[in-house]
Design a protein around this ligand. Structure first.
Ligand SMILES: N[C@@H](CCC(=O)N[C@@H](CS)C(=O)NCC(=O)O)C(=O)O
Length: 382
């Protein structure tokens, strides 16, 4: 008879599992429990353990909604700029982690502004307990995983760098971190402050302004929508600890993506024809969406591939010179699937969906046509 590949039924697997559990309970309590009680006990214990682990990973309010801790070191960049020149920048060093969308913002703006020489970088990788440690990586595209030291302070991990600051520090050691080498202190660890600062610097190599005065109000308006619903919204889905909290987050996320997709049907970037800081902030969440958030954070109503305008926009931003070099998909997959234990206990990485690799993202998007349509319309109106 040909071999039939019949999947095991629940009846075939349950007794085996309960046998193991019965042995464990016998060892622990000296007697076996009835199978149903045994399963209920294990489920309750596992749920309680899961909630405890999640509490450590992600603080929540009493409704089970994720509440992101505020950044401790906000910007005070006055002493670093002299008429926006780079005079004092020899002092600064940037610490990033490649999976992190907040750190990714700083890498993109640093590259677009041509600040690579002026502001050197150290790349940290997530360790198994979720903290950041240094490996032998000098380039964003490196895939070397041997232990290493950072380039500014010679530390093994980011916690050590934070602790070097005057007065010490024992709080969350997050990336991005902008470090003042001369003062041996944190200059800032809030990504938006850092990208605003990088953008404010005059550059010999690039005259791009990602936050022109004329668009500031629009940029702020987009940030106020995108930060809670999309950037932090995906975390509010993944780290929710009640069904209600998840439902609210996932509905807010997808209604915002629907709205953005409509908007991008007639606008090349969020604020019209030019790329702004709001686009940088949106991009670093979008580039991780189908790879990670859709699966691991249960952002499942749709894949980004199903949003034609958002997906074209993603390719458009990805193809801006220097942006692709800031994206390391392998590091992103590793960072999320291997480290967030309570969300993915076996550390199994799902297959990368098509549409997320360098090749697909480099395909034509034709969105430049939108700019000319805009200009054409403007020409007629004026
Ligand atoms: N508000 C911060 C958030 C930074 C943040 O949460 N970074 C995460 C990585 S994606 C981190 O370093 N977490 C380590 C920890 O919480 O200990 C920013 O935008 O800069």
């Amino acid at each position: 008879m040909p071999h039939q590949n019949v999947p095991p039924t629940a009846a075939a697997t349950t007794p085996k599992n309960t046998d193991i559990l019965t042995t464990i309970t016998k060892l622990l309590w000296g007697k076996s429990l009835p199978p149903q009680l045994l399963i209920t006990t294990v489920r309750t214990t596992w749920n309680a353990t899961w909630h405890l682990m999640m509490k450590q990973l992600a603080p929540t309010d009493p409704t089970g909604s994720y509440t992101r801790p505020v950044s401790k070191f906000r910007a005070n960049f006055k002493s670093y700029t002299n008429n926006n020149s780079r005079q004092n920048l020899g002092k600064l060093h940037l610490y990033v982690g490649l999976p992190c969308p907040w750190a990714h913002r700083t890498l993109i703006v640093r590259a677009l502004k041509g600040l690579e020489e002026s502001i050197p970088v150290s790349i940290a990788s997530p360790s198994l307990d979720g903290s950041w440690e240094f490996r032998q990586m000098n380039n964003v595209q490196d895939t070397v995983y041997l232990p290493g030291l950072d380039n500014a302070n010679g530390c093994k991990n980011l916690k050590q760098v934070y602790r070097l600051r005057r007065g010490g520090y024992d709080g969350r050691s997050t990336v991005p971190l902008l470090w003042d080498v001369e003062k041996t202190d944190v200059a800032c660890n809030e990504s938006y402050d850092i990208i605003e600062f990088f953008n404010s610097l005059a550059s010999n190599e690039s005259d791009i302004d990602l936050s022109p005065t004329s668009l500031k109000a629009q940029i702020d308006k987009w940030n106020q929508i995108i930060y809670p619903n999309v950037n932090n919204g995906v975390y509010r889905c993944g780290f929710a600890q009640s069904q209600e909290a998840y439902d609210t987050a996932v509905n807010g996320l997808f209604s915002t993506l629907d709205m953005i997709d409509d908007h991008l049907a007639s606008s090349r970037y969020l604020c019209g024809d030019v790329l702004t800081l709001a686009d940088v902030c949106l991009f670093t969440t979008l580039i991780r969406f189908d790879l990670v958030y859709n699966v691991l954070f249960k952002c499942t109503k749709k894949k980004l591939l199903e949003y034609p305008n958002i997906h074209g926009y993603l390719r458009d931003v990805y193809q801006i010179p220097k942006v692709a070099e800031t994206c390391n998909f392998e590091a992103i997959m590793d960072g999320y699937y291997k480290i967030l234990f309570p969300l993915n206990p076996g550390s199994i990485q799902p297959a990368m969906p098509s549409g997320c690799d360098h090749k697909f993202l480099s395909e034509p998007h034709n969105r430049e046509l939108l700019s000319s349509v805009d200009k054409h319309v403007e020409a007629h109106v004026s």
